[in-house]
Write a protein that binds this ligand. Structure first.
Ligand code: PSU
Ligand code: MN
Length: 322
């Protein structure tokens, strides 16, 4: 398995000799008949959730999509092939193989050329899903602007990619480990639309409300589909639509516990010098451990709700008149 950090690009296996983007038969067939399809990311499975729970979750998310009458398309790069729609064994590999890399958009080409394997983040997934012709994507939280941006300039590539990709992303906002107001500001600057789903507050991922407002609210999947149709009718610059879907209040993390453990987690990351791609998985694992699993339950409730809503939107979108 090719998992080295710096890999000489092999000349023996030029990309042109293998299909760069492979759709599963089920996904290709669904797209061909304009049936609803929902893209799912794999980083949340491989790097965002503890084993072995992550495999159960990967399967559960696919089931939620199916139960809503849509086809799940989990996205990953396996042995140098970008895959949209995974088989049962491939989903298991995403959950179980600890050597999988984390692939953002910019990592896709080197990973393909090297024959490498990795899980795709929101930016990697949104790019590949849109290339495959998928319009709706359900996930947990977006990457965003990290706290301390002034000194390290750590801003997730998710934001820039969503500024130039026509896809609807259902998420529970961004994790509070990030700088939420700065992330919303960047989305505004980049021209990415944000709809609160049933709320005029931006959700706080583990919390129902981040404390920040949003300018637009959608009340049902029909209204989201109407905004998507208007994006297309306007044409011009392609950008994403973020549907910010709050975790139900009765399933949120206790706000006092949240604030206390988050402060400790940020201090621990600082002390241990964790930065770059490693910071998000580090903070997530810290929160899970120090809330004794409560943050994980809130996280899962948010993801489940988002994937179910994404499926409803995809179903509604597939019914639009052509
Ligand atoms: N938020 C979560 N769980 C995750 C991530 C974000 O609740 O697993 C992952 C997503 O894949 C997201 C990525 O795209 O982290 C952002 O990483 P970075 O900050 O390195 O761009
Ligand atoms: Mn980053």
């Amino acid at each position: 398995m090719t998992t080295e950090r710096s890999v000489p690009l092999p000349t023996a296996r030029p990309i042109a000799h293998s299909p760069a983007l492979a759709l599963s038969e089920e996904v290709a067939e669904a797209l061909a008949r304009r049936a609803p399809v929902v893209a799912l990311e794999s980083t949340i499975i491989s790097h965002g959730l503890p084993r072995p729970r992550n495999l159960q979750v990967a399967r559960e998310l696919e089931r939620i999509v199916r139960d809503a009458g849509a086809v799940p398309a989990t996205v990953a790069v396996l042995d140098g092939v970008a895959r949209v729609g995974l088989g049962k064994d491939q989903v298991e590999r995403i959950a179980e193989d600890p050597s999988l890399r984390k692939l953002g958009f910019r990592d896709l080409a080197p990973a393909l050329a090297a024959g490498a394997s990795g899980a795709t983040t929101v930016s990697g997934t949104a790019f590949l899903a849109a290339r495959a012709g998928i319009r709706v994507f359900g996930t947990g939280g977006l990457g965003g602007v990290h706290r301390g941006w002034v000194s390290v300039q750590d801003e997730s590539a998710d934001l820039g990619l969503l500024a130039r990709t026509r896809i609807t992303v259902v998420c529970a906002g961004v994790k509070s480990i990030l700088d939420v107001p700065a992330t919303l500001q960047r989305l505004e600057t980049l021209g990415v639309g944000v709809l609160g789903y049933g709320t005029d507050r931006f959700p706080g991922f583990y919390l129902t409300d981040s404390g920040e407002p949003v300018d637009w609210t959608a009340g049902d999947p029909e209204q989201v589909a109407a905004v998507m149709a208007a994006q297309d009718a306007l044409g011009g610059h392609d950008s994403a639509l973020i549907v910010a879907n709050p975790v139900p209040r009765e399933l949120q993390l206790d706000p006092a516990l949240h604030d206390r453990v988050l402060a400790d987690a940020l201090a621990a990351a600082d002390r241990d010098g964790v930065s770059g791609q490693a910071i998000t998985p580090f903070l997530l694992a810290y929160l899970t451990e120090h809330t004794r699993g409560a943050s994980l339950e809130a996280n899962l409730a948010a993801v489940r709700g988002n994937v179910a809503l994404a499926a409803e939107i995809a179903v509604r979108w597939s019914q639009r008149p052509s």
